[in-house]
Design a protein around this ligand. Sequence first.
Ligand SMILES: *Cc1c(COP(=O)(O)O)cnc(C)c1O
Length: 398
Amino acid sequence: MNGEDWRELALAQRLGQLRARGLERRRRCVESYERDGSGVEARIDGRQLLSFSGNDYLGLARHPDVVAAFAAAARRVGVGSGASHLVTGHHCEHHALEEALAAYTGRERAVLFSTGYMANLAVGTTLASRGDLVLADRLNHASLLDAGRLSGARFERFVHGDAAAAERLLAERTEGNALVLTDGVFSMDGDVAPLAALASACRRQRAWLAVDDAHGLGVLGSTGRGSLEQAGATSEDVPVLIGTLGKAFGTFGAFVAGSAALVELLVQRARTYIFTTALPPAVAAAARTAVALAAAEPWRRERLREHVARFRAGCSSLGLPLGESATPIQPLVLGSNEAALLASARLLERGILAAAIRPPSVPEGTARLRITFSAAHAATDVERLLEALAALPHPAPA
Ligand SMILES: *Cc1c(COP(=O)(O)O)cnc(C)c1O
């Protein structure tokens, strides 16, 4: 075998294994948005589809004001930021967005990151290191797990949603700092973390609590301030809040909000902040407009709640095994990868896109349709989805 062949063979073998296990993923090309351009109906791989697989919960990704803010800023300052934040890449648009996010979340300061993944790595590696303890909920987003691992601290996972389990692990520590990491809303299940209980455990055990509210901010709570607002948790309870801009705020990027000293330490020390190019300032301008719209237009959250209620009532009368979730993330757990792929394919035949989510995004044996709603959906869209689910050949086993 010559020099190149063994490499190609090794790669082909690994790809073949994924295919055999039903784990091969395929990317779909979104060609254009149809109907009113709101984004829920799109031409994808040549087909007209109604999508229930996005994270644009408030329907802001294509909002005319958000697009206009983006275009105007791009005309003014161009596209690339030109450098990292600490060199010459920090523009006034970034700064204005950070101030808006601090105000929105009720914190002293906020600092922008290019992605939520990087924001989480920054929190893990800045607040913990060798000799410390990092705890993470088992069902946390992959980026929080990686944050714990990369920190160099002892890293342990606790039973999903179990604050008492977390506290037992915290109580065993004899030295060093401790950091507890949790999603606010779990991204594949839609359930919420027990924030009040985690906050008390962390207070008793002198541990930091960091909450990644990628799917809660803009959506949950009486004014959309997210999981913390819904749980009545203060900045004392949760000193570190991570948010993303690519979900309910319909744009791109992420941030960490907290005390002035926490944010300053991240700016000074976080490698995923220091060693990367700043976001395009026009993205920051667009995100600032989106945050203002999210705050000013409560009807978007109201409509989301109506869709979720309509969907859950419909599934309940169809006897479908929906997970316990009151958020716009509604999981229909089907078990095997094949079952999830088959259900997704059947819906696709009826023009509906509900992606099959498989390991490693979810634990083995819990493949599912992850159905999400947006304020851009109409009530008739939800009805269409329910009709398509009703027509699935075998109602999924509970
Ligand atoms: C999407 C997501 C992230 C990553 O955010 P990006 O900005 O897309 O990198 C982090 N945490 C959670 C819980 C998420 O759902």
